[in-house]
Design a protein around this ligand. Sequence first.
Ligand code: GLU
Length: 454
Amino acid sequence: MTDEKESFNKGIAVRFAPSPTGPFHIGSVRTALYNFLFARKNGGKFLLRIEDTDKERSTKEFEENIFDSLKWLGLDWDDKDHLLRQSERTAVYTQKIHELIEKGAAYISKESEGKNKEVIRFKNPGGKIKFQDLIRGEVEMDVSDLEDFIIARNINEPVYHLTVVVDDMESEITHIIRGEDHISNTPRHILILEALGGSRPIYAHLPLVLAPDRSKLSKRKHGESVSLNFYKNAGYLPEAIINFLAMVGWNPGTDQEIFTINELIKDFDIKKVQKKGGIFNIEKLDWLNREHILKQSKNLQIERLKGEILKTKFKDYEKVGDPEFLDKFLVIILDRIHRWGEVSEILEAGEFDHLFIDKPELNKEIIHWKKSTPEKARENLEKVVQIFNEEKTLEIIWTKIEKLAEERGKGDVLWPLRYALSGREKSPDPFTLIKIKGVKASISSILSAIEKLS
Ligand code: GLU
């Protein structure tokens, strides 16, 4: 067995090799992440390769989506000028197929089925193939059943098993970190690699990312929620997605749950990746996302908040440009959300209309507290207006309102006040509302409530 330390010294290179045949799958994102972490931790290269041999299903749009997503996530890859795109490398593969045929390791086979089809088959020596896997330990598989497997549909149309080996050799990949769904392909790759005279990389087959019911995360069953775009559009932060995916299938062996990418690079250990499938638990993602939102700088938070408001019916309201309002609204909203996308959802649902609309619509029947009377509510609101008119600072105004509430009953004073300010049965407390609305708008809301009751 190759000593791992030894191979580290010869210059680590890993690759992430997605096929651009659909929206970037969340399981592939994790494969990219583990490759990235492993490379950065060991001072190696993290290469990207586009496996677009399936011409019908591969598109430029999906390819662009992979580039954009990796950049958005901060998983920047190396050697950008030497990106391998398999659709552009047919000549290289054809030459390797010839080489294999010349060596007697492969042959052209006339297929009895189909019209005079000639495929290229690898001459399978049979027997057992053993390899070391960083996660699963020693793996042994019998290749006899594979018979002489196909490596190209014709001399110019190689299949994945050939292209992957040729490219990994050319890029001098030292560690192949990929999904467990490829483990059954590995013996074939080893056979081809050895026939081409390549040296064997170290393998690490990652357990799958599973849904909470332990089923495979598939588009058919789980819809858009299997793609990264879904989370990006819902307002999750890239750093939270990274933190979350790192821990689907790996943990540092300590209590630490919140990690920055640099902390992950420091602590990540591919050997601690578990063998069984990792669960994609959205509650955990929500929790982590909230933690990362709270870690963002205030400037970034304000920018994000503003961006969210601009997506809503309040986009043209003056308040969006008022730094003081945004500061105060931020405090309230941070108490509520797990992801930024929730802000526009909450605003569209009308829950914070009162903060944007100075005079909310009021329902006369509920201005007074249910255990009291409209008359009392009116009297108390008039007293509140008086306090506003007599005092200058918010602190004193509030102290006096509190005193009034003590004397005349909390429900009798604070319910009508809160409702007058918000127009809602549930809202933040009246003091918070006054702080956000400001004195002028607060007085005018209270006066409209009094008018309604008269
Ligand atoms: N193109 C393959 C996939 O998207 C990955 C192949 C590999 O990593 O060897 O599943």
